[in-house]
Ligand binder design. Structure first.
Ligand code: HEC
Length: 489
């Protein structure tokens, strides 16, 4: 009885540990901002240590199977383990040699790994033999060979790791970060006298942009969303969800689309808190895709239009400074009244924190249905109506909202930013867009050419998202004739 009681504390500890391990991904999310250098560093040791349990488990299974099949008690467990180790090492070395024969690695880098790997296999082969021959007289020869093998294995493993994963120590948080020299986009300013400006478009224009804005998450080290862009072959394979790059096809190349999605969209790239791609860079990337996403063609071979050449000729600082400032929200001169504060508090009873003040002391409000999505209902509309005249930003992406939203919009006379992506609104509904609106998101809706025609009087509109809607190129052309200032994405 007492004996079984002794197991109780360990059982409890195991239950707790199991629960902790299994709940890790539920409790801890991938951090959105900068990755902590310690996280980067420790994570690199996964490939180093993951092989240990594989080996341990195989050893245990083999010993047990030996018992089962021979019906004998294994009186030499150490020799048994040494023989298994010899077999496993020779096997690994031979497989490694086959991999070497594929020629996928530069001979220079692989040399050390190749020879130390073979040397280790040889040591392992001798180990059980030396053990049997000498152990009854002296442990010395066996121990010497054993420790020597361990050293060789350590070296071989390290060299092998370098080939595939790089040296984890390079990322040690206590090491000063080597500022990698980053090549800027090619510019005629950098040329020596007499040199003609004719950059290789991919290497000298596209890669510098990717290097600065994308490779940290979609490059050699990481493949967020399943996408790696640093090698053309991988880039063309795309990510988990989308075809990232379709040479010659700007519309189907999702990486371009992602640049223009609303900032708070999960697929807006680079993510919200990262340095963004400028309009100039986006245009250069677009031209690259449109011209076939070549990797070795020079500017002169690509038949680039005037505006692309002009963009390249302008030095980056000037070009980016000239860009229209991103919609900066003017501080509202009106103030918040007590009455308004209490009305908003009441609306928040049913809307929760999805309804917010835009800034500390402005009376303007923003509403985002991100956390509501499919639970969207009429009650939400009624609550929003009570504060309609103060609404400046309304994000209803992905909700079940339909045309019933019209009555709210008609009252929202201050609305500047409206997002209705992935909803089932109809063309008809666009009649009720308020005149104040500046940004309208209609991506992945059923809106077509006749719908956007309702927007022709909306002189304040600066940007509209229409990708994956039913609006045709024809319709977009008409729209931009009516509203020449409008940016259509
Ligand atoms: C800070 C990290 C980070 C940076 C920088 C970044 N991305 Fe991403 N990217 C992600 C994450 C995370 C996802 C997955 C999003 C998801 O699944 O919700 C993603 C997904 C994508 C996808 C969709 C892949 C798929 O098929 O699911 C594309 C395309 C993409 N990124 C392009 C880019 C481009 C182009 C840049 C540079 C201009 C860039 N990203 C910069 C983190 C980043």
């Amino acid at each position: 009885m007492t004996k079984s009681k002794k197991h109780v504390p360990l059982t409890i500890v195991l239950v707790i540990l199991s629960a902790v391990l299994l709940s890790l991904p539920l409790v801890i999310e991938i951090p959105k901002g900068e990755t902590n250098p310690w996280i980067e560093f420790i994570g690199l040791y996964h490939p180093v240590f993951l092989h240990l349990p594989i080996g341990f488990l195989l050893l245990i299974v083999s010993i047990e199977l030996y018992h089962v099949f021979t019906k004998k008690k294994n009186t030499h467990p150490m020799r048994f383990a040494l023989v298994l180790n010899a077999l496993a090492s020779v096997n690994a070395a031979l497989l490694g040699f086959v991999l070497y024969l594929t020629g996928s690695w530069s001979t220079e880098k692989i040399e050390d790994h190749l020879w130390s790997g073979l040397a280790y296999a040889v040591c392992s082969m001798w180990l059980p033999h030396i053990y049997s021959l000498t152990i009854s007289r002296s442990r010395v020869p066996y121990m010497a060979l054993l420790l020597g093998s361990a050293a060789v294995m350590n070296f071989a493993g390290h060299e092998g790791g370098l080939l595939t994963h790089g040296d984890p120590m390079d990322s040690a948080p206590w090491k000063p970060k080597e500022e990698k020299e980053r090549k800027p986009i090619a510019s005629p300013d950098d040329l020596a006298d007499g040199e003609v400006f004719d950059p290789v478009f991919y290497t000298d224009v596209v890669v510098p942009i990717f290097e600065e804005k994308c490779y940290s998450c979609h490059g050699e080290k990481r493949g967020r969303g399943g996408l790696r862009m640093h090698e053309m072959e991988l880039f063309l394979e795309g990510g988990d969800e989308e075809i990232a790059l379709e040479p010659g096809n700007v519309e189907e190349s999702f990486f371009l689309t992602s640049l223009h999605l609303p900032l708070d969209d999960d697929y807006h790239m680079p993510p919200e808190n990262k340095p963004q791609v400028t309009e100039r860079e986006a245009k250069l990337l677009e031209f690259w895709v449109a011209s076939g996403a070549t990797v070795d063609k020079k500017l002169s071979e690509l038949d680039a239009p005037e505006d692309i050449i002009a963009l390249l000729n302008a030095s980056a600082d000037v070009a980016d400074a000239e860009e229209a400032p991103k919609e900066t929200k003017k501080a509202d001169s009106k103030t918040r009244t007590d009455e308004l504060t209490s009305t908003v508090a009441k609306a928040q009873e049913s809307l929760g924190t999805s309804l917010n003040w835009l800034s500390l002391d402005s009376p303007s409000l923003q509403f985002s249905a991100v956390s509501i999505r499919k639970q969207w209902n009429n009650e939400h509309i009624d609550a929003l109506k009570s504060v309609a005249t103060n609404l400046e930003s309304l994000n209803l992406n992905g909700t079940t909202v339909g045309d019933d939203i019209s009555s709210l919009l008609e009252e929202s006379t201050q609305l500047r930013d409206l997002r209705l992506a992935e909803t089932s609104i109809s063309n008809e509904m666009l009649k009720s867009i308020p005149d104040s609106l500046e940004v309208l998101n209609l991506h992945s809706t059923q809106i077509d050419d006749s719908g956007v025609m309702h927007l022709q009087e909306k002189k304040n509109l600066k940007r509209i998202y229409l990708w994956n809607s039913k609006v045709t190129e024809e319709g977009k052309k008409k729209l931009s004739e009516m509203l020449p200032e409008l940016e259509i994405l």
